[in-house]
Design a protein around this ligand. Sequence first.
Ligand code: CA
Ligand code: CA
Ligand code: CA
Length: 317
Amino acid sequence: MRKKLPHRKSFLPSCLLPPASCLLPSAFCLLGLAQPAQAEALTALTPGIVINTFTECINDGVALVTGQNPVDQQGWQYAIDSANDGVDGLQVGGNAYEIYNLALKETADDILVAINANMPLTGVNGTPADDGNIGWGDLFFNFSGQDFSSASNAGDLFGVRFAGTNDSLVPDIGLYGDVTATSTTAENSGFASIDAYNQHVATYGCTGVDCDPSLGDLAANDTYFNQNDSLNAIASGTYLTGISYLSDAELGAAGYALNQFAGEHTIAFRFSKSSICDRGFCQANEITKSVPEPSGIVSLGIIGLAITTRLRQRRKV
Ligand SMILES: [Ca+2]
Ligand SMILES: [Ca+2]
Ligand SMILES: [Ca+2]
């Protein structure tokens, strides 16, 4: 009596999982011969993930929602922030705190971040802040699908401390997991809430087109953020990996659209995404794209069984 099941089991995994060349019923696949191993392409920045940063006093902020804008041919996605919503006292728009955009790129191994703004990495000195400096908050990644406060309360955020002179509560520059967020606005002469910031821009900002406060891909009053809160820094987290700063030349080589944005500085860095993937937040997108629909899988399976059966029948002849 023939044992069909083992043949079917060995056929399906070898041909319906990568390599992609095995997705068509080639002779190699149908015979169940091993193909050269190829690395699975894991994607962290799948659609719907929110990445954001504010300054230390929440006098500007920006968020990028993956998939909201197209990824360009160089692999970058850009969240464009209002050019008129940076606050410096009663002066609103185009000042030292103005953020213009947040951009992200994902490669096979890394995530690249670029923030175009007027504020340098080391912040602005000579301010009313407790430390005399108003600088950058931290950068948050929310893969959890929850709103920001819920993800923070659950310790489900990832965060990057990228500014060594800021008031982050974690000690080292780098990527953190299990992150909770806090506010550093009180010690930086800042706004107590996003709502207070929005009201300030509405009161003292310009009037007309492009004068409303913005959070890049999100509206300034989007309920993703608790409007009564001002969470802008990492409170606690698990250190995962370091970051490498990128020069303009390195950004250009990576296909970033240099010189297309008004900010005086482009703060950019890259870090390995492996620790994010190791924690189960990446998806095998290439596989998802390549695997046939369930009906196709059944069809391929039937074709495979039919051909392997014929091969066996020939051998028996
Ligand atoms: Ca903004
Ligand atoms: Ca802005
Ligand atoms: Ca400060």
